[in-house]
Design a protein around this ligand. Structure first.
Ligand code: ADP
Length: 394
């Protein structure tokens, strides 16, 4: 039976999920962690709760992919490599070029490499994995699914920063956004749940995970999103600061005796957000179970930023039919969803505390007479990736 694999390669990891298509059934999934380090961890989950795990040094992505393919046959998950007819690769930066998912030929692969400037940790690893697939599975169709594609519909009013315009023209300095595949998936599901054609909906999608972003989706198209030139902008995240006044950077660099701006940006990416505010953890569960004042304050700040973006996106679209919660925090935290929504009753939007008392299940969580539907929709980026591959196989 024809199978498609969704691949999410990071600089030192490779997550994957294998589907039988077009049935859309998951046959196996796994992760390779600590690639290039010692004691890499290779895990496969398959069948009826079976698990294969091995810990050994995996030097690079090529070895990881070869190991994965070997194990898929070894564990009888596939009979032969020929069964894998498609591979969908998640690519972080697609720039302005990739407006939708694309078949990867030599030209596309070169463009992905060239876009490394926009995602230095991700695009090179992703390009490397595609090359490995081209080599070991020459019959397989490789498709790139870009985090940025969904946001290429944003109008200039929302993607331009208020800086000299020539920086956009000369250097492509603009807002690109991220998490596009997730925002696209949940907005399509939301239209189904609303029982309306997507083209007639105004939806605000809140992807609240370790990385977090909010998108205004008008008529099925992203018109504004909270992440920016990179994923650093927007909401308070696990370790990222979100929006900040740029003038604080030279001020802090002087105080901290930092001379390299990259070091300062690294602090904003890795030591800020929930972690920096609480001094405890980047993980929302840890903060929710802590009785420390700084943990409580970090939670308040997180909820406040989400609320502000929702409020502003109601204005961007001049209305809203549904607000969607997804990803780790959005899908699982009853308390955070409630906290966010309790500050948004001014436009008649009301969460139903009983319906909201659920984790990871697709459902309406607003009251029957709420002016706007509040929806809980578990995201499924891997399925979306495999659907895009299927569409391009034809
Ligand atoms: P990533 O961006 O790494 O994919 P996830 O979407 O997995 O992140 O989200 C991770 C976040 O979700 C963490 O902050 C974690 O604490 C939070 N989370 C997961 N389960 C719960 C829960 N039951 N309650 C609150 N937060 C949760």
């Amino acid at each position: 039976m024809s199978k498609t694999i969704a691949i999410n390669a990071g600089s030192s990891s490779l997550k994957w999920q294998l589907y039988t298509m077009p049935e859309e059934t998951v046959v196996a999934q796994g992760i390779v962690e600590r690639i290039g380090l010692n004691d890499s961890i290779f895990t496969i989950k398959y069948g009826e709760g079976q698990k294969y795990e091995v810990i050994k040094d995996i030097e690079n992505h090529e070895i990881a992919v070869n190991m994965l393919l070997e194990q898929l046959t070894e564990l009888n998950i596939i009979d032969s490599f020929e069964e894998i007819t498609g591979a969908g690769h998640r690519i972080v930066a697609g720039g302005e070029h990739f407006k939708e998912s694309a078949i990867i030929d030599d030209e596309a692969l070169k463009l992905i490499d060239d876009l490394a400037e926009f995602a230095p940790l991700h695009n090179p690893a992703e390009a490397q994995v595609i090359r490995v697939f081209q080599k070991v599975l020459p019959h397989t169709l490789n498709v790139g699914v870009f985090d940025t594609s969904f946001h290429t519909t944003m109008p200039a009013v929302n993607y331009l920063y208020s800086i000299p315009k020539e920086y956009y023209a000369k250097f492509s300095a603009r807002k690109y956004g991220a998490h596009g595949t997730s925002h696209r998936y949940v907005s399509e599901r939301a239209a189904d749940m609303l029982g309306k054609p997507l083209a007639e909906t105004k939806i605000i999608t809140c992807h609240l995970g370790n990385g977090a972003s909010i998108t205004a989706v008008d008529g099925g198209k992203s018109v504004d999103t909270s992440m920016g030139f990179t994923p650093l902008a927007g909401l308070t995240m696990g370790t990222r600061s979100g929006d900040i006044d740029a003038s604080i950077l030279p001020y802090l660099m002087e105080k901290l005796n930092i001379t390299d701006i990259k070091e300062m940006v690294n602090i904003l990416n890795k030591e800020s957000g929930l972690l920096g505010l609480s001094g405890i953890s980047s993980d929302m569960r840890d903060l929710l179970s802590s009785d420390k004042e700084d943990a409580k304050l970090a939670i308040e700040i997180f909820a406040d930023r989400v609320r502000k973006y929702i409020g502003s996106y109601v204005s961007v679209m001049n209305g809203v039919d549904a607000i969607v919660f997804t990803a780790g925090i959005g899908e699982n935290s009853i308390e955070i969803r409630e906290k966010i929504m309790e500050g948004l009753t001014w436009f008649g939007c009301e969460i139903d505390t009983e319906k909201n008392n659920v984790r990871g299940e697709e459902r309406v969580i607003s009251t029957d007479d709420s002016s706007v539907k509040i929806l809980l929709i578990p995201t499924d980026e891997e399925l979306m990736i495999c659907r895009d591959v299927e569409a391009l196989k034809k």
